[in-house]
Design a protein around this ligand. Structure first.
Ligand code: HMN
Length: 290
């Protein structure tokens, strides 16, 4: 995992007007993000609407992206599902297709006990030689610092995607587990904080929409220009908060369209923006002061 650092968009999945995966739009988006200097891609996670797709559809997305990336940047495949069996199948497929790493949310919905979650990560991680990035995200149930340290004992668990707000645990993971244990900060609103707290990279939804802004933020923090980074972060927060009023994967897709990259539509139950909403979003973005 040590070569996977920097700004990593959690890739949206473009669907067409009939909610079918749109391979051509995906290929164009991938090239756009590589041209903007993105350091890796994170596929079929929450942002990729992974839980709304069948395993076969998820596999197709992975195949198309890995083919289009063609080794230019690392690809992390989110293989999380509630069923260990499905996740293992997705993990094996990711490995066979040429992914650089896998990642997974813990099994969710039934509020599984720590032991179930440990066994899940152990089985999925050990089903391929790929490094596994465990995922600490409020939506799926937070893992907690001590449990992350325990999961790090599983040989292939090499990092964590950290979307909780307790950012002190980012550097604590590195200090307690190992400096080689990779931590990716997952809250886009707190990218500066994540990097200051020693995250190796940032993985998030809005990096597809604002790749240049976050690349600049990342480089500024790394070079010690915290004030400059924070100035940009504040603008990004305003844009993110304006987007969160809607189904924001739809806002990301819509705004990519304004920028000349047609990223398609969302899949129900997410909702695309109405004409009226598009006007409102554009207006609220215009009102944000740089
Ligand atoms: C993924 O799994 O696709 C994302 O990487 C998750 C990512 O951390 C995002 N979190 C969620 O979607 C819950 C953030 O980028 C988030 O969208 C952003 O911080 C806005 O709140």
């Amino acid at each position: 995992l040590k070569n996977i650092k920097g700004v990593i968009p959690a890739l949206i999945t473009p669907f067409d007007e009939h909610e079918e995966f749109d391979e051509n739009r995906m290929r164009k988006l991938v090239n756009h993000l590589i041209e903007r200097g993105m350091d890796g891609l994170y596929l079929t996670g929450s942002t990729g609407e992974g839980f709304l797709m069948t395993p076969e559809e998820r596999k197709k997305v992975v195949e198309v992206v890995i083919d289009e990336v063609h080794g230019r940047i690392p690809v992390i495949v989110h293989v999380g599902a509630i069923s260990t069996k499905i996740s293992i199948d997705l993990a094996k497929h990711a490995y066979a297709t040429g992914a650089d790493a896998i990642s997974s949310v813990p099994p969710f919905y039934w509020k599984f006990k720590e032991e179930n979650i440990y066994k899940y990560y152990e089985a999925v991680s050990m089903s391929t030689p790929l490094p596994m990035i465990v995922y600490n995200v409020p939506l799926a149930g937070l893992l907690g610092f001590d449990f992350i340290c325990r999961l790090a004992n599983i040989p292939n668990v090499k990092g964590v995607k950290y979307t909780a707000c307790t950012h002190q645990d980012i550097y604590k993971c590195k200090d307690k587990i190992s400096q080689d244990f990779m931590v990716y900060s997952g809250a886009d609103e707190m990218a500066v904080s994540g990097i200051i707290n020693e995250a190796d990279g940032i993985i998030g939804s809005f990096y597809s929409m604002m790749p240049d802004v976050f690349k600049d933020i990342y480089q500024k923090v790394k070079s010690g220009d915290i004030a400059g980074a924070q100035k940009k972060q504040k603008i990004a927060v305003d844009i993110i908060e304006a987007s969160l009023k809607y189904d924001y994967y739809a806002v990301i897709k819509e705004s990519l369209r304004w920028m000349g990259v047609d990223a398609g539509y969302v899949r129900a139950p997410f909702m695309n923006l109405s004409e009226e909403e598009i006007k409102k979003v554009k207006q609220s973005f215009k009102e944000i002061k740089a």
